[in-house]
Design a protein around this ligand. Structure first.
Ligand code: PHE
Length: 365
């Protein structure tokens, strides 16, 4: 790719440090961007109340990518060239983050994705970071849970062919589950935005699986769960972090109850730091924060800590400061960034209950 040129920086004399966020505030993944924005906003408010960064206040500009990679790339470019932000936070969906990372890396503006788990995102270059685990681990987590806890022998997979996240997670699960002695009954696919999954589900039913792995986003998964029950599939559904949204319960109704997914955090975590975050978030936004909110909060706090340590606010200096993040106490686990700019963390398995999730277990890397 292109050699990074120093980017970022605030207008001379300004007493504000401007950050940028790109997120899905509308479209199929709207809860992702909104939750993330709330988490980031909470972190900025707290930091500003505590004096900001070396005497400067923090501000943020947020752009909607409408849940589309092309829009995400354009929004990142706008943040870099027009707003001249010091760093970019976002996005959630890996396909969007991949499009943004291209721009951030080329401009030498650091980017931290709170929650994109696809391996290739941080491989876009040395300015791209994440504060969450990656999918080779997440796929292992659900394969292990399916084998060791649910004791499943034969599982069908239903993947979203429009999502880098879903395709990769499906591949990892398949490999790990097979290595652990399980069998994949069939792999079927859909495209994000589809509304009728009956053909794939009927094909899956013919293979008589013990479970179905659906590594997609909540917007499709909820509908898939209903149609699975309609065609007579009664086996448990399993998925990944992309299920995490309060909308999942609404879309899936009783059809999704009793299913399992891997995630970054559980609101049931009794850690006082986590419970304080939940209480503060509820007071500000009125609902229990999901993993996106928790990771948005963590990403912003990692960024703020780095800005405090950076020798100046140029792209290279901020990049170096972020890269040095070690043992940072996040609400979704401790963040230490490795040489590939990823965080190595444990995952939780959650069970979908009636209108909320239930913590089941923690799986360590
Ligand atoms: N990990 C997903 C991706 O990379 C995004 C996601 C994270 C969705 C956490 C929900 C919760 O696309």
């Amino acid at each position: 790719g292109q050699a990074p040129s120093p980017g970022g920086g605030t207008p001379a004399g300004a007493d504000t440090i401007l950050l940028g966020q790109v997120g899905a505030l509308t479209g199929g993944q709207a809860t992702f961007g909104i939750s993330t924005r709330n988490g980031i906003e909470l972190a900025l408010k707290e930091a500003n109340a505590a004096g900001g960064v070396n005497g400067k206040k923090l501000a943020i500009r947020v752009y909607d990518n409408q849940s589309k990679p092309e829009e995400a790339a354009q929004a990142a470019t706008r943040l870099i060239t027009q707003d001249k932000v010091v760093l970019i936070l976002g996005d959630v969906a890996s396909s969007n983050s991949l499009a943004m990372a291209e721009k951030a890396q080329a401009a030498g503006v650091p980017m931290i994705t709170p929650s994109s788990t696809n391996t290739t995102v941080t491989e876009k270059g040395d300015y791209i970071f994440r504060v969450c685990f990656i999918d080779p681990f997440q796929g292992f987590v659900m394969a292990k849970f399916a084998r060791d806890d649910l004791k499943l022998g034969k599982v069908a997979v239903l993947q979203d062919n429009k999502s880098a996240y879903s395709i990769d997670l499906s591949g990892v699960f398949t490999r790990k589950f097979t290595e652990m002695g399980g069998k994949i009954a069939t792999t079927e696919s859909y495209s994000q935005g589809d509304t009728d999954y009956r053909a794939q589900l009927t094909a899956i039913k013919k293979t008589q699986p013990d479970g179905i792995y659906v590594p997609g986003y909540y917007s499709e998964v909820g509908v898939i769960a209903r149609q699975a029950r309609e065609v007579g599939l009664k086996v448990p559904l399993m998925g990944g972090d992309g299920w995490d949204s309060e909308k999942l319960f609404e879309l899936g109704g009783s059809a999704i109850t009793g299913s399992y997914f891997s995630n970054h955090y559980s609101p049931d975590n009794p850690d006082p730091r986590v419970q304080k975050f939940i209480a503060d978030y509820k007071a500000a936004y009125g609902g229990v924060p999901d993993a996106l909110a928790a990771l948005g909060y963590d990403a912003a706090r990692v960024a703020i800590e780095a800005l405090k340590r950076a020798k100046d606010l140029s792209g290279p200096s901020v990049r170096d400061a972020i890269a040095q993040t070690k043992d940072f106490p996040g609400v979704a686990g401790t963040v230490t960034l490795d040489e590939k700019r990823n965080a190595v963390k444990s995952a939780v398995v959650l069970k979908v209950g009636d209108g909320k999730t239930q913590y089941v277990t923690t799986i360590n890397p």
